[in-house]
Design a protein around this ligand. Structure first.
Ligand code: HSE
Length: 364
């Protein structure tokens, strides 16, 4: 199989190296910026890839939505299968790209876009053919887990831990998406689209770790607790929920053992029950390994991860009731049995009045 790669950054370079060593795969061309064009296999125009008759599959590792979407569309229209690690692209345009792939009878796979090396989207896409997925989620962002565990276990401050995550290549170019929870939210959107053929785009509740402080780290640690950022989605008789928020876990919970940039992704099938997968959620080779897993799946004839019936929907987070640890201006309290929608709304209202607010779900 002959493959061209879009992007030669952290992930693109890893993909290139792994393809060079893989059996039955060969690199055709790599799209780079003009300033990076230093090798004979590098090109600077997408047309050189879309018009290349020898390219069977295009891998996109550029990140961002534009021009990734335009490039993805032109590759699919040119009859090339398309594999991407770009969660923002799939969360925004996955439905359109799937339709184009179907029209051209080529593959569109994106399992590298959620959980890094962990095959959670891949497994759900297979499991959902024969089992009903009830819910899924987990610790899905390596950067925030790295920051939280460094603050709680090693006494690092927020800025220091974030700078280290950036240096190690875990964080997005703009880490706002990581720390605001948006990166996790996009992964939850992908989990939902693969699990429930429903892409939640409205009424999402997304809280990150920007308000986590050393004092909060000390408070939870003194009580034998620990905070992780987690995403959740599920399908009930009342609707689909999809939200991201910090969660307080006891030191005996499996999530408490997930440190550094490790991710813990899980799903629950009606028949399979709970399945948890842990592994490297970010970084060059873990993400590249997931891209190569998709390339192998393309070789085996796998065409898609989301069904043609996948639609955009409004989430309903009013159907989920949780209890929370709340910290307002340094004063801690607990709130019992409040809906996710109401908790996020309450925090927003308090912040609008000028309070510094942190909240975290008490894990059930
Ligand atoms: N910035 C992301 C993370 C990269 O930290 O998990 C992998 O999606």
């Amino acid at each position: 199989m002959r493959i061209s790669v879009l992007g030669f950054g952290t992930v693109g370079r890893g993909v290139y190296e792994m393809i060079c060593k893989a059996k039955g795969m060969e690199v055709r061309k790599v799209l780079v910026l003009p300033a990076e064009c230093s090798e004979s296999f590098m090109v600077t125009s997408i047309d050189e890839i879309t018009s290349d008759k020898e390219t069977d599959v295009v891998v996109e590792c550029m990140g961002g939505i534009h021009p990734a979407y335009e490039f993805a569309s032109s590759c699919l229209k040119a009859g090339k299968s398309f594999v991407t690690s770009n969660k923002a692209l799939v969360a925004e345009y996955g439905i359109e790209l799937e339709a184009l792939a179907k029209e051209k009878d080529v593959s569109f796979l994106f399992s590298a876009a959620c959980g890094g090396a962990i095959p959670v989207l891949h497994n759900i896409s297979v499991a959902s053919q024969t089992d009903r997925i009830l819910r899924c989620g987990g610790i899905l962002n390596g950067t925030t887990n790295f920051i939280l565990t460094n603050m709680q276990d090693n006494g690092k401050d927020y800025k220091e831990a974030l700078a280290e995550a950036q240096r190690l290549g875990y964080a997005e170019a703009d880490p706002t998406a990581d720390v605001s929870g948006m990166d996790t939210m996009r992964k939850v959107m992908l989990l939902s689209s693969v699990s429930f053929s429903s892409l939640p785009v409205e009424n999402l509740c997304c809280e990150g770790i920007e308000n986590f402080t050393k004092d909060i780290a000390d408070y939870v640690k003194e009580r034998g607790l620990s905070v992780r950022l987690m995403g959740f989605c599920g399908k009930t008789a009342e609707g689909i929920y999809a939200y991201v928020e910090p969660v307080v876990v006891s030191s005996s919970a499996v999530e408490a053992s997930i440190s550094s940039n490790i991710n813990f992704a899980w799903y629950e099938g009606e028949n399979s029950g709970f399945i948890g997968l842990m592994g490297q959620g970010a970084g060059r080779y873990p993400t590249a390994s997931a891209v190569l897993r998709d390339l192998s799946a393309v070789m085996e004839g796998k065409k898609s991860m989301i069904g043609p019936d996948c639609v955009r929907i409004k989430a309903d987070n009013g159907i989920c009731m949780n209890s929370y640890l709340l910290c307002i201006d340094g004063v801690f309290s607990a709130i019992e049995n409040i809906s996710v929608t109401d908790m996020h709304k309450k925090a927003k209202e308090l912040r609008e009045k000028g309070s510094k607010v942190f909240f975290a779900q008490y894990k059930k």
